[in-house]
Design a protein. Structure first.
Length: 276
């Protein structure tokens, strides 16, 4: 396909995803089952199209599309949408699925309407080893888990405010309980922490054997380890029960904002990293 055709098709996917979000919102306000079904079907259609383009790109390029920030953003958006579908179709968690869909929409919009595709770095040009492939894949999976913790923390704050103000309406019947939201936060980072740790270890090992004199003080490396330490501390705080409730939820939100900064902006200051 030509670049123009691919761009137009990606724009169509963004539009379909936006319409899906609108129907999700209508369902949230009115508990409209028809709007809910349309939202789910549109989300499924977007996920199917994204998967098709991902496979086509892999066949055409004969490699996995994670060699640059531009490609990585698309793959991250795909992971988010897949998780949203799992939450929706597998567990009937409507609101978590909606928020994951919203995050995926943001990243898909960034990918589609970026002024110019971001060039590949030295690491991207030489990404041949399975070691580095696993490093990047595990990093993306970890960031997806942290996005889910952000969603559950947001839902926790919403539910807490609703219960405190005693303004319970039919729009809030699909919210998880406070305990379910708190468990969702903890389980998400409990999944993301080992994934990120393995990713960083493999990345350092690959850099040590493949690059000459790579800087350990590179901002991307430093920030990635800071992310790991932050989430380990969050988990320890939860285990010790020193911070609970809304404070615990806000910590998750602030931690994920740092993840986004590292994901989207850290590579601009890095000396050799692509995006992770």
């Amino acid at each position: 396909m030509t670049d123009l055709t691919m761009t137009r098709l990606h724009e169509i996917m963004v539009i379909l995803q936006a319409i899906s979000l609108v129907f999700y919102f209508i369902d949230y306000l009115q508990k409209d089952q028809r709007a809910h079904r349309l939202a789910v079907w549109l989300l499924f259609a977007v996920g199917t199209l994204q998967t098709m383009f991902l496979v086509m790109y892999m066949v055409e390029m004969k490699r996995f599309p994670i060699l640059s920030l531009f490609e990585g953003i698309y793959f991250y958006a795909w992971l988010i949408i897949m998780l949203s579908l799992v939450l929706q179709l597998g567990f009937r968690l409507d609101l978590p699925a909606f928020f994951m869909n919203l995050i995926g929409f943001i990243f898909m919009t960034i990918h589609t309407f970026a002024p110019n595709p971001m060039s590949q770095s030295l690491v991207g040009d030489n990404l041949k080893s399975e070691l580095l492939f696993i490093h990047i894949m595990f990093g993306l999976l970890a960031y997806t888990a942290f996005a889910l913790s952000f969603v559950f923390s947001t839902l926790y704050l919403i539910l807490y405010k609703v219960l405190k103000q005693k303004k319970w309406t039919k729009q809030f019947t699909r919210l998880p309980s406070l305990q379910q939201a708190a468990n969702g936060m903890s389980l998400s980072i409990l999944t993301g922490i080992p994934l990120l740790f393995v990713s960083l270890v493999l990345g350092l090992e690959w850099a040590y054997i493949s690059l000459e004199g790579f800087p350990l003080y590179d901002i991307k490396i430093v920030n990635s380890f800071i992310v790991l330490v932050i989430y380990i501390l969050v988990l320890l705080i939860r285990k010790s029960a020193k911070i609970i409730g809304t404070n615990y939820a806000w910590i998750h939100i602030y931690a994920f904002l740092f993840v986004l900064i590292n994901f989207l902006l850290g590579s601009r200051l890095s000396q050799f990293h692509i995006w992770y």
